[in-house]
Write a protein that binds this ligand. Sequence first.
Ligand code: 5AD
Ligand code: SF4
Length: 447
Amino acid sequence: MEPKYLIRTFGCQMNEHDSERIGGLLMADGMTPTDVADDARVIVLNTCAIRENADNKLYGNLGHLKPLKERRPDLRIVVAGCLAQKDQGAIQRRAPWVDVVIGTHALPHLLDLLRRADLEGPQMDVREYTETFPSALPSARRDPFRAWVSIAVGCDNACTFCIVPLVRGVQRSRSIGEVLAEVQGLAARGVVEVTLLGQNVNTFGRDLTLPGSSRRPLFARLLREVDGVEGIRRVRFTSPHPHDFTPDVIEAMAGCGSVCEHIHFPLQSGSDAVLRAMQRSYRRERYLDWLERIRRAIPGIAISTDIIVGFPGETEADFRDTLDTVERAGFDSAFTFQYSPRPGTRAAAMSGQVPKQVVQERFDRLVALQEAISLAHNREQVDRTFEVLVEGDGKRHGSIQARTRTNRIVHLGEPVEPGTFVQARITDAAAHHLSGRVVPETIALGV
Ligand code: 5AD
Ligand code: SF4
C-alpha cells in the first residue's frame, strides 16, 4: 500500500494554494492523501502567523501529535508556512519531535528535506528568497473545475499591524506569459473559474517593469489577458489595496465578461487617525469615493472587506468612525478581526494597546451592524434568478453549495454535479448565505 500524507492548513488562500503544492509534491513522490492521522506517514501543518491564536493552535496541534510520534517513530511531522518562516529554530526547540521546518520560500525542497530527515534527523530550511514560484510545482488541486493561480508573492507595503512582509518578503510578480500559460493549461483540463492570488494585486508587475521606467503596474492588462482565455468563465482576484487602486482596473473589470462582479477591498479602519497609524495611506472619504466609482462602473457588484478592531490608540470616537464608514459603505460582507500584536511589527510596540474587554465589546457591535447590513443585502436577492456555479456538498446536511458571480453562497435543495453552471432562483436569505432552487431546464444546458 502506498504511504499516505495528511495536510492541515491554517490561514488564507495563499496557504491553501501552497498546501495544494505540498500535496502535489508528495503525490509525485508516490504518496496518497488521507484524513486519518494514524494512517499518515507524513503530517504537514501549514501554518499562518497573521493572528495570535494561530501560534497557540500550532503548538496545541503539535502537542497532540507527540504521543503519535512516540508510538510511530517513522512518522514525519512537517511544519510549513508563515509561522515556520517566523519562528524558525524556536519550533524544534519547543517541539523537538518535529522532523522538518520548511519556510514559505523553500517548498520546492520539501522532498529533499524529508529524505534528509530520514537519514540525519530534524531538518530546517527557512531561506529568505523564492527561487521557484510555487505555481511551477505539481499540484493536488481541491477541485477539478476551479483553481487558484498565484500571480505575485510578498508585499512591498508596511502596514504597521501586519507580519506578512516579514514572513513573505518583498513582492515578486510572475510574468504575464507564465500566468497565462498556467491559466490556459487549467482551462484545457476543464477548469472554468480561476482566482488570481497576490497580497496586493494592484501592484502586480511593478517589479517586472524596468527599474528607472515608470514602474507601472500591469494588473489591468493581466485581467484582460486572462479574460481572453477560452473556457474560463469566471475570473476572481484577491486582494487589491485601496492605496494602489487605479481606474484602469475598474475599466478592465467592467469590460471583461468573465471577471466576476465582486471585489474584496480591505478597509481595516474607518478612522483617519487609525489609518494613519496603520500606515494605510488612503483616508476614509477617498475609500468611499472608490466604492462609488466601482459601483457606478459595475452595477450590482458585491463588495467585501477586512476590518480590524482595537488597533493601538483606537478611541471610542475612532471606532464610531468605523461604524459610520461601514454603514455608509454598505458592505455585502466583512471579515472582522480583533487586533493582535505580532512580534516584530511596529504596531506591537505602540503605546495605547486597547484592553481585551473593550476590543471584544467593539467587535460585537461591529459584527452586529455588519450582519444586519449583510442580511438586508441578501434579502434583496430573494425572488431573483442568478447563474451559479455548483461547488459540492454544503455544510448544511443534504444541501448542495453553489456560488453566484457576486460570491454569494447559495444552498440548493436538489443534487447537481459539482462544476456545473445552472440558474438558481433565490427563495430565502440569511446573513451569510442564500437558499435557492434550480431552474430545472437550465441543468442540461449548463448556462
Ligand atoms: N491583527 C488582527 N488582524 C490582522 N490582519 C492582519 N494582521 C492583523 C493583526 N495583527 C487582518 C487584516 C488583513 C487580514 C488578512 O487579516 O484585516 O487584511
Ligand atoms: Fe499586510 Fe498591508 Fe501587505 Fe496586506 S498590504 S499583506 S495588510 S502589509
